[in-house]
Design a protein around this ligand. Structure first.
Ligand code: 5GP
Length: 217
């Protein structure tokens, strides 16, 4: 008989896990593996004005919006944060994120540093931010070329922007170098496991410890 996971059953607040990196550093693969290995983690699906890539599904990878739809969402306070990245607009829909937090569920945000700063200002202690670094700029370029889903012009722009993005590494709680995908993934999983155990994130501990103290042995 499977035993109940007592640690997981102690009530805690939801975690807002922010993953950022320059395009091509492997963040999306790490995010995908994390979601697959951890069913209690939910992805925040962003809205964007960027054209859909061939492999992407509307509503799964992004909600693809026109410029006008994006502006409407922003102006009606529908976005928790938004930013212009590589010449396109991206934003985090407010409603699903607030619902997850209210219910104590964990959510993963694949957003850039501008979004991370805005979420940090609004959500404070519920945020855990991780910055993924590429092992070298040469490898970053090679990964962008291998992906071959963006135009050459877009790859050049992403490389240029990568350096601007890298300058923000100090603003994150954790920094992981992705020289080996399995190793980087393990490091991210360890961070999530430790952050879930933080005392100040677990109001349910009060009752649990009170129960221990009341127990007659
Ligand atoms: P891509 O076009 O490669 O999917 O994403 C480009 C960059 O935009 C990535 O760094 C990604 O993390 C970031 N991004 C995606 N969604 C959002 C969002 O909702 N807000 C912000 N600020 N950045 C986002």
């Amino acid at each position: 008989m499977a035993s109940q996971d007592l640690t997981a059953s102690i009530r805690r607040r939801g975690l807002m896990l922010v993953l950022s990196s320059p395009s091509g550093a492997g963040k999306s693969t790490i995010a995908r593996n994390l979601l697959k290995s951890d069913p209690s983690l939910e992805l925040s699906v962003s809205v964007t004005t960027r054209p859909r890539r061939g492999s992407e599904i509307d509503g799964v990878h992004y909600h693809f919006l026109s410029q006008r739809e994006f502006e409407r969402s922003r102006e009606t306070d529908g976005l928790l944060e938004w930013a212009e990245v590589h010449g396109n607009y991206y934003g985090t829909p407010r409603e699903p994120a607030e619902a997850a937090m209210a219910a104590g569920r964990d959510m993963l945000f694949d957003i850039d540093w501008q979004g991370a700063v805005q979420l940090d200002e609004k959500m404070g202690t519920d945020i855990v931010s991780i910055f993924i670094l590429p092992p070298s700029m040469g490898e970053l370029k090679a990964r962008l070329m291998r992906r071959a889903e963006d135009s050459l012009e877009s790859i050049e722009r992403r490389l240029y922007n990568a350096k601007l993005e890298l300058e923000h590494w100090r603003e994150y709680d954790y920094v992981v170098v992705n020289d080996d995908l399995d190793r980087a993934f393990s490091a991210v999983k360890a961070i999530v496991a430790a952050e879930r155990l933080r005392r100040d994130r677990r109001p349910g501990l009060f009752d649990f410890v009170s129960g221990l103290l009341d127990e007659k042995v």
